[in-house]
Design a protein around this ligand. Structure first.
Ligand code: C5P
Length: 234
């Protein structure tokens, strides 16, 4: 059992040196560092290596792959030597697409993204989903797991239903969480505290700005903010 808190810290910055500084400021507190598409497109393999060389924590490569199986297979193979602990793919790409990533990745947990938390019910409907966001997310989680995904990304509002549907062996990872003293800020619409998300069955919570915004007050302030949030879920 790791002592670090079950936090995935989103290193959402377009400056590599800043991302490395954030890792140093929070190392030993959070369990996973998330590198998104913007990071990967800016800094590529070298950038990912620079982060993984800076920490023993796990790397979550959030590329949200979505294409035909052969293309996703090639993309997964292209990043396999980076050995991230997690790689995201869109569950809506279908079982065969998820499986195509699983087949070329060894220790990386292919992670199925269900419904983006930025989508409203109206958006979900206009895209063409017949069911509401919750039911669609449950269905997508099942698709991902049937393709061999070992983790799922979903809204905190969907944790309970998805856990019931996919069992205890699959990790549930949820963004859209806000500490109580942070509820009013940023662009998050429907939020839950990290404690509530963990209590509902999330294995990891994704947190960005509630921690990284403390960087303007310096490294120590950021560390203290991370420790404060971590202490609420340890
Ligand atoms: O909002 P915050 O800065 O904590 O976001 C951290 C990460 O969570 C971002 O990298 C983004 O990918 C993800 N996120 C999300 N849904 C939102 C807001 C952020 O999945 N509504």
């Amino acid at each position: 059992m790791k002592k670090n808190a079950p936090i995935v810290l989103a290193l959402d910055t377009s400056d590599l040196a800043t991302a490395i500084d954030w890792v140093h400021a929070t190392d030993g507190i959070v369990r996973v560092y998330k590198l998104g598409l913007e990071f990967y497109l800016n800094f590529g393999h070298e950038g990912v290596r620079a982060i993984s060389d800076s920490t023993d924590a796990d790397i979550f490569l959030d590329l949200k792959l979505h294409d035909i199986p052969q293309t996703v297979s090639g993309a997964a193979r292209a990043i396999s030597n980076l050995m991230p602990r997690y790689l995201t793919v869109h569950a809506s790409g279908g079982q065969a697409m998820v499986q195509s990533a699983v087949e070329v990745l060894g220790n990386t947990k292919v992670t199925g993204v269900t419904i983006l938390t930025s989508l409203s019910e109206a958006d979900v409907s206009s895209i063409g989903f017949e069911k509401n966001a919750l039911q669609s997310a449950v269905g997508l989680a099942q698709v991902a797991v049937s393709g061999g995904a070992r983790a799922i990304v979903c809204s905190p509002l969907e944790i309970v239903e998805i856990r019931r549907s996919i069992g205890l062996d699959i990790e549930i990872i949820t963004p859209g969480v806000r500490p109580l003293d942070n509820q009013a800020s940023d662009d998050q619409k429907r939020t839950m505290t990290p404690r509530e998300a963990i209590d509902r069955g999330a294995d990891l919570v994704v947190i960005g700005r509630p921690i990284t915004s403390a960087w303007t007050q310096g490294s120590q302030a950021m560390r203290e903010r991370a420790e404060q949030i971590a202490s609420g879920i340890l």
